[in-house]
Design a protein around this ligand. Structure first.
Ligand code: FAD
Length: 454
């Protein structure tokens, strides 16, 4: 039997994983990736950029048979290590024990592992091939190599995993408007590095944590790398007011600002001036589309369909969850890709919208509320309720990060639980002011039990 051919644009995190899953289900997959093969030329100019991998993403990797391989190259993060401007740092654990943690993984390392796995599953990978155009009537795509040489490739079914700036999305939108809406956050980011320390303890700060320096309207975070370094990301308003990337245009102005606002962090970044002046400012936006596919001919997945801001550490995790859903639907649907694509959007779009909203909310929580007594009181009361009535209360962060409950469910349930906490606390900043037995009764009377977890 001839296997159905699928053309994939983009061999990044989502494209490479999807390619492997589809090939294992019997599709003939070809991937066209703009960049050169990172396994030959290295990744991201040699910089260590990392990502937080959580249960959803890990589950997709397990489905692809890669869970153990990835875990061997990951650093456990047990919680948020919060570094206030004044006073001592403290760890806010994510879960009750080490079964509920997130993992710091290298973006480049993970991408290369996924490309190896895709190739081993029979996927044909083409590097240095950039999508220029897609003719959805003639069912072919036009690609260009790094020298500008163009070629056409038959593509009866084409899937765009080509990221937030997707060229396939542009081509599809020219063919039939997709209802594209881009909402810029107005904040940008810049990556800096804490190098690995000399001596037996390679890590200059606690390795098993996601570090946050919350400062109200902005923040720094740091995630550990296996070799002992940390990738630091500064998130700051992009324009106008101070501080912003406009008012901190170079390392000299930025170092003075860090000396005031991040005095404990600055000495850990010896190449501050070099990093600050040479690393670009990244922009952050949320992308919404009304339409993710054009019948059975073209579909968008991952960031190409629903790029979100990075503050829940879920963009890749969400994209990985997408790949398993789509691979299953395509395997079930035989040659009717139209039904599979429509069903994919029906299932995934409400979840993508929910994680987009939660990621935006989490920026405020990370940069601000983690140091706010009212937030801490709610968190504390939530933890007590979760312990006393685990069938009725689960922190939203936990639902998103450690379970497979749909994002849309986590969002709605989280909202209902939050309202209840507000009501129980009645403005108090201490969970000790709430009578727990009564609170449990109110909870059980107000909210239905949580779904059973797999
Ligand atoms: P991409 O990773 O963008 O891959 C797209 C691929 O397509 C690339 O390889 C690109 O070269 C290729 N391509 C682009 N255009 C073309 C073209 N015309 N032709 C051919 N190929 C093309 N997510 C998490 O889950 N956890 C985190 O901790 C996290 N942290 C983040 C921090 C920051 C600062 C940012 C910006 C994002 C973060 N994310 C995180 C989100 C995550 O990076 C994305 O969700 C994820 O990379 C999406 O994968 P993708 O494969 O869809 O897109």
């Amino acid at each position: 039997m001839t296997r159905q051919a699928i053309t994939l644009i983009g061999g990044g995190l989502v494209g490479a994983l999807l390619a492997q899953l589809l090939a294992r289900r019997g599709f003939a997959v070809e991937v066209f990736e703009k960049r050169p093969d990172p396994r030959r030329v290295g990744f991201s100019g040699g910089r260590s950029i990392n990502l937080a991998l959580a249960e959803r993403g890990l589950q997709a990797l397990r489905t692809a048979g890669l869970g153990d391989d990835v875990m061997q190259r990951a650093v456990m993060m047990r919680g948020r290590m919060v570094h206030p401007r004044e006073g001592a740092s403290g760890l806010q654990r994510y879960g009750v024990d080490d079964s509920e943690v997130i993992w710091s993984v290298s973006r480049g390392g993970l991408n290369m592992l996924l490309l190896d796995a895709a190739e081993a599953a029979g996927v044909k990978l083409h590097f240095g091939q950039s999508l220029l155009a897609a003719d959805l009537d003639a069912r072919h795509v036009t690609l260009a190599d790094e020298h500008g040489n163009q070629r056409q490739h038959d593509a009866a079914v084409v899937i765009g995993a080509d990221g937030a700036g997707s060229a396939l999305r542009t081509a599809m939108n020219d063919y039939l408007p997709l209802g594209i809406r881009v909402e810029p956050l107005g904040h940008g980011y810049k990556e800096l590095e804490i190098p690995h320390a000399a001596g037996p303890n390679r890590f200059a700060i606690e390795p098993n944590a996601l570090h946050i320096w919350p400062r109200g309207g902005y923040m720094c975070i740091a995630l550990p790398n296996t070799e002992g370094s940390f990738t630091v990301t500064l998130f700051l308003p992009a324009h106008d007011k101070h501080p912003s990337f406009d008012t901190l245009p170079d390392a000299a102005t930025a170092a003075a600002f860090f000396r005031e606002d991040f005095p404990d962090l600055l000495p850990l970044i010896p190449r501050f001036a070099e990093d600050y002046d040479s690393h670009p400012v990244g922009s952050l936006s949320t992308l919404y589309l009304d339409r993710w596919h054009i019948d059975g001919r073209a579909l968008l997945i991952g960031d190409a369909a629903h790029a979100i801001v990075p503050f829940h550490g879920q963009g890749m995790n969400c994209g990985f969850e997408d790949t398993v859903v789509l691979a299953d639907l395509l395997a079930e649907s035989g040659s009717d890709t139209g039904d599979a694509f429509a069903e994919f959007q029906r299932i995934r779009q409400p979840n993508a919208d929910a994680i987009a909203a939660m990621a935006l909310e989490n920026y405020i929580e990370m940069r601000d509320s983690v140091a706010d007594p009212r937030y801490l009181a709610k968190r504390d009361l939530g933890a007590r309720l979760a312990e006393r009535a685990p069938k009725h209360f689960m922190a939203r962060y936990r639902m998103v990060t450690f379970t497979h409950l749909p994002y849309a469910y986590a969002y709605e349930r989280g909202r209902a639980q939050d309202q209840l906490l507000e009501q129980l606390l009645r403005g108090s900043t201490s969970a000790n002011d709430v009578q727990l037995d009564t609170a449990v009764k109110t909870l059980e009377a107000t909210l239905p039990p949580l779904p059973q977890l797999r």
